[in-house]
Design a protein around this ligand. Structure first.
Ligand code: C2E
Ligand code: CA
Ligand code: CA
Ligand code: CA
Length: 271
């Protein structure tokens, strides 16, 4: 039994070592990703289910490494956050988003994901407004998505930057709404305009009773606070119908479209 225990530990150590090495490799490779043209931004349509029209989109970062292949954001975003590289990546995304907004005037807005460290960078607002201006885009057509935890922790200059962005008309949304353990009082103190109903709840409706209750509560809360609910991860007609019955007409998910290069946004399904 002792020998077995030891070998298990060895296997565990080996796995940790591999994981640590991989993180170091990713951090090193990511440093060159922009210069080497390995990054791109894809867009997932946000559909108004009442009309079938694509009214907005979410920008999602993609990294295609020549040897590692497609590295999913879940494997490099937190590493980029640790090393402050996220600030450069965020500027790359903001620029692509603004170019795409300029190119597709029919889109009401595009949302981009913003991490804590980006918001804490003193020139976040300046850089964002600069990107909008360079592409001649109205700030009202841009929105940022922040997770609950980022919003709750936002104090001092982060909070001021959020207020300032909102003051310019930029939308502010809570990503993965309902997954945090936060008290909801932050919603009153922050300039929030929309909430993303997390896929983990949407995937269970309409069959799972708990998920039904949570989605009902989250959408109801959004309405009560005059925030726009947007459902994420909608994959089936039943989910879409349930959300529509709750008066949550804005949705994104594989049912309507996968994240794809900006070109795909040209093919708007008009009613
Ligand atoms: P997120 O912001 O919650 O984005 C939604 C994720 O769900 C995306 O994964 C999207 O491709 C996926 N998804 C969309 N519809 C469906 C569906 O119907 N079913 C399923 N199973 N999945 C769906 P992705 O692109 O791999 O991104 C993962 C996460 O990485 C994002 O989660 C976001 O937190 C982060 N991320 C992506 N791009 C950026 C970025 O530019 N900046 C920052 N800070 N984070 C980013
Ligand atoms: Ca998001
Ligand atoms: Ca989300
Ligand atoms: Ca999510």
């Amino acid at each position: 039994a002792k020998a077995l225990g030891r070998s298990r530990t060895a296997v565990f150590d080996e796995a940790l070592r591999t994981e640590a090495l991989e993180r170091i490799r990713i951090a090193a490779e990511l440093r060159h990703a922009i210069d080497r043209d390995e990054l791109s931004v894809v867009y997932q349509p946000i559909v108004d289910m009442r009309t079938g029209e694509v009214s907005a989109a979410e920008a999602l970062l993609r990294w295609e490494h020549p040897e590692l292949g497609q590295v999913p954001p879940n494997r490099f975003i937190d590493i980029a956050e640790e090393s402050n590289l996220i600030v450069q990546l965020g500027r790359f995304v903001a620029d692509d988003v603004c170019a795409t907004l300029a190119r597709f005037p029919h889109l009401r807005y595009i949302t981009m994901n913003v991490s804590a460290r980006q918001l804490a960078t003193s020139d976040f607002v300046e850089a964002t407004l600069d990107a909008l201006q360079r592409h001649g885009v109205d700030p009202g057509r841009l929105a940022v998505e922040l997770t609950e935890n980022v919003l709750i922790d936002a104090v001092g200059s982060s909070l001021r930057q959020l207020d300032e962005l909102r003051g310019h008309g930029v939308g502010v949304g809570v990503d993965d709404f309902g997954t945090g353990f936060a008290s909801l009082t932050y919603l009153k103190r922050l300039p929030v305009t929309f909430v993303k109903v997390d896929r983990s709840f949407v995937s269970g409706v309409p069959t799972n009773d708990d998920d039904r209750s949570i989605v009902e509560a989250v959408v109801g809360l959004a309405h009560a606070l005059k925030l726009q609910p947007i459902a994420e991860g909608v994959e089936t007609d039943d989910q879409a119908a349930f959300l529509q019955s709750l008066d949550c007409p804005l949705a994104q998910g594989y049912l309507f479209g996968r994240p794809a290069p900006a070109e795909a946004l040209a093919e708007v399904s008009r009613p």
